[in-house]
Write a protein that binds this ligand. Structure first.
Ligand code: 5GP
Length: 186
């Protein structure tokens, strides 16, 4: 089973993903492929697999990617090999944007997908972005806020839409969702 967490940058996806992995031993994450430069806190091969633009385009050409998208001028995508291998033994939780989620829902036929969208008020989002440890630039903050309306317009494709205003509450709801959905996947 693949659990997809979406929501604009700053919605708390990363923190929630880490908490869920800590609390549920059968849930793990897989790295996405990306061409962006590593940020503080990134662990190459674990948070992301960092590729050059040429390497990424080669993988697209060779049909090694389930879905990909371009954000802030960088490629992001899901490796077929990594997802197929990992889904054989356990539940995967992955942070993917709305376009990637839409593509995966159309292309992944053998793996159950549960999609969760995390909402956050726009004004609170700016505040969270400004206070991130990786300190995005003003330009980057504006780019991410512009993305907000687009992502919000796509929430209809999600199985669950949650407002993340209390981390503990959100994590325990997601934990319950995963437990219940995995029972249905038996
Ligand atoms: P960041 O650079 O802040 O880590 O991620 C930027 C955006 O890329 C986020 O919205 C995240 O959900 C998205 N993203 C991460 N991995 C993937 C992926 O494998 N596929 C797609 N389509 N988007 C991804």
């Amino acid at each position: 089973m693949l659990v997809i967490l979406s929501g604009v940058a700053g919605a708390g996806k990363d923190t929630i993903k880490k908490e869920i992995i800590k609390r549920m031993e059968n849930v793990k994450s897989i790295p996405s492929l990306t061409t962006r430069t590593p940020r503080e806190g990134d662990i190459p091969g674990k948070t992301y697999i960092f590729l050059t633009k040429e390497e990424f385009e080669e993988k697209i050409k060779n049909d090694e990617i389930y879905e990909y998208d371009i954000h802030h001028n960088n490629y992001y995508g899901t490796s077929k090999k990594i997802l197929n291998e990992a889904s054989k033994n356990g539940i995967i939780i992955k942070d993917i944007d709305v376009n990637g989620t839409e593509s995966l829902k159309n292309t992944l036929k053998d793996i159950k997908i549960v999609t969760i969208f995390l909402r956050v008020p726009k004004e609170e989002l700016r505040h969270r972005l400004e206070n991130r440890v990786d300190k995005p630039s003003e330009g980057e903050i504006i780019l991410r806020l512009n993305r907000f309306d687009y992502e919000e317009s796509k929430i209809g494709i999600y199985d669950y839409v949650l407002k993340n205003d209390d981390l503990e509450k959100t994590v325990s709801i997601i934990q319950k969702i995963i437990e219940e959905e995995s029972k249905l996947d038996k």
